[in-house]
Design a binder for this molecule. Structure first.
Ligand code: HEC
Ligand code: HEC
Ligand code: HEC
Length: 189
């Protein structure tokens, strides 16, 4: 039987997907509750406590924020649209302002997935350099042995994504630079 190129790609991608999902079994277990879960069901608040009724549920408090394809709030867009204005620190003094670095690093060890554009800007608007350098990432292109498996296990990008930042299950927010070998049809969206 002759397998055409397109079918070969589909098989290859299927295995990649299984590898990613297999590696992700642990990530899924620890995954954040689905977006906009009510406070009584989020596993953090006590549903028996009558004071819970004094609090707004996320579907109400986060109603008018922009969302990503998983239905999570897109905080980067909320910041850019001026919907939020986070404080620099507790006393919000200008001397605590973060130094924003507008530098993208394209990470290319992505097999058949589009390359990853790592945006320093979207990070340094909220984080300082020493949140990542040098403990999580050596500040040098290609100096870090990042794999999807390690990310799903909570290393590298997984230190924050799927925890305090957007979910690893929205592949295209990171894998968004198409290249010769990436498939034409975006099955991962
Ligand atoms: C959220 C984590 C994070 C933060 C915060 C961060 N970086 Fe990075 N930085 C990275 C990653 C990831 C890379 C790419 C590493 C790789 O390719 O293996 C990188 C790469 C770099 C590089 C090397 C670029 C190159 O082309 O070789 C420099 C320089 C750098 N960062 C400086 C900074 C400075 C200065 C700040 C603070 C203003 C900062 N970074 C904040 C994650 C971060
Ligand atoms: C938070 C950002 C982020 C998200 C979300 C993400 N990836 Fe990745 N992925 C990466 C980085 C970074 C690499 C390593 C790139 C490098 O080292 O050059 C990578 C590498 C990969 C690779 C290359 C082989 C390997 O195992 O390392 C595959 C395949 C992959 N990702 C698939 C996926 C799939 C499928 C999803 C969605 C279920 C996904 N990724 C979501 C950042 C992400
Ligand atoms: C120290 C925590 C931390 C680490 C490590 C980290 N991120 Fe992030 N990332 C964030 C935060 C916080 C934001 C902005 C708020 C949000 O979207 O939740 C963000 C935003 C982003 C965005 C912007 C998405 C957009 O829509 O503009 C991308 C892309 C991204 N991260 C990819 C990565 C990749 C790839 C890695 C690993 C190479 C990584 N991040 C490592 C915390 C982190």
């Amino acid at each position: 039987m002759r397998i055409d190129l397109k079918t070969k790609w589909m098989i290859f991608l299927f295995f990649l997907f299984c590898a990613a999902v297999g590696g992700g079994a642990q990530a899924k277990k620890e995954d954040l509750p689905p977006p906009l879960t009510s406070l009584a069901k989020d596993g953090i608040h006590d549903p028996e406590n009558p004071a819970i009724n004094a609090l707004q549920n996320p579907d109400e408090s986060l109603k008018s924020f922009p969302k990503d394809s998983r239905g999570e709030v897109d905080w980067v867009k909320a910041l850019r649209d001026g919907l939020i204005d986070p404080r620099h620190s507790l006393n919000n003094s200008e001397s605590d302002a973060l130094s924003v670095l507008d530098m993208d690093v394209i990470m290319e060890q992505t097999a058949g997935m589009p390359h990853v554009r790592f945006p320093h800007k979207a990070h340094t608007e909220w984080l300082s350099c020493d949140n990542c350098h040098d403990k999580i990432f050596i500040p040098k292109k290609n100096a870090n042995p990042v794999t999807m498996d390690k990310i799903f296990q909570g290393q590298f990008c997984g230190r924050c994504h799927d925890r305090v930042s957007f979910s690893l299950w929205v592949c295209n927010r990171c894998h968004n630079v198409l290249h010769e070998k990436s498939p034409k049809k975006a099955w991962w969206k």
